[in-house]
Ligand binder design. Sequence first.
Ligand SMILES: Cc1cc2nc3c(=O)[nH]c(=O)nc-3n(C[C@H](O)[C@H](O)[C@H](O)COP(=O)(O)O)c2cc1C
Length: 342
Amino acid sequence: MKTETDMTTAIDAKQFRKALGSFTTGVTIVTTKGEDGKDYGLTANSFNSVSMDPPMVLWSLGKKSSSLPVFAATGHFAVHILASDQEGISNRFAKSGTDKFAGCTLARGHGGVPLLDGCSARFECRVVHRYEGGDHVIFVGEVMNFDSFEQPPLVFHGGNYGLVMKKAEDIADASSSFGNGWLGFLLARAYYQLLMPVRQNLSSNGLRDIDYNILTVLSMGDGRTIAELDQLVSISGSQVSDDDINKLVERELVALEAGDGGETVVRFTEAGRRYAIELLAIAKAAESDAERDLDYREAQVMTLLLKRVIRSTAATLPDHWQKDHFWRGNNLWHDRASSDAA
Ligand SMILES: Cc1cc2nc3c(=O)[nH]c(=O)nc-3n(C[C@H](O)[C@H](O)[C@H](O)COP(=O)(O)O)c2cc1C
């Protein structure tokens, strides 16, 4: 039968580390002032709360850390819970033998400990206990003072930095009412709702979805033949007929002109260009509205994930739907074209 010691030695260090990595933590920098008057600090995710009354926290320090003698001797330390944009400083404080505090704006806390700024929260502590913990030393501190700032935190999971994404309550509702959250329904529903202000404007101008689709493709670069427009617009499931174009010509939003090779191409009139820009502005405002409850990072993550879905489903996409065919230098989206197009 295996003894407890046998079971411990049987643990595979790599697998153990991997299993521990499934526990998601924040990232902190713990700082102190050495007896030599110098500032010391390191990145640590072993931080945790211990007690409310008295207020206490803990963290653990590897015995191989070059900061160990300093922390073993200090009576105070400060814990900084890092904000989502502090990956750089986290990496800097995780490297031994560098001038970690170079360029940092410092304040001083209890015991003269260095206080960094830009973090989510900060705790100034007095050391009340030190425990041996295998190859680490566990420090328990009583919180003498703390500050909390409105900054989203940096997250550490499975050896990688991450961001907190709130699991909204209404997500559960959305998945029950839309085919159990099937991505197609969610995307279609989101697109439909996002476009409502644009549609209202179109209908008040006596225009339809197909007109919007044509104007949108032209806004990515005009001077296209009707056949080209039909090919590009067909990504939305609609077809472009001569009649559709003639209606827009009658409305003086587009004109038929001779292209470089003598072919007939569709171009914006001045009024059409102005209207297409107005529609873009309405669409942009709808986008801002839709992202109202997302913070900057969440909005970035959403864009990134949607682009990944587009990429991973693009395998069978006909060549004429590749993004290079949509975008031309004379588009009305200007700098958005290159950076935002999926
Ligand atoms: C996200 C992250 C979390 C870390 N957590 C700890 C920790 O809790 N305890 C520890 O001793 N080292 C931790 N480290 C490693 C130290 O930051 C690293 O060993 C550092 O070089 C120690 O600096 P020093 O040798 O100057 O003391 C962590 C590193 C990273 C990137």
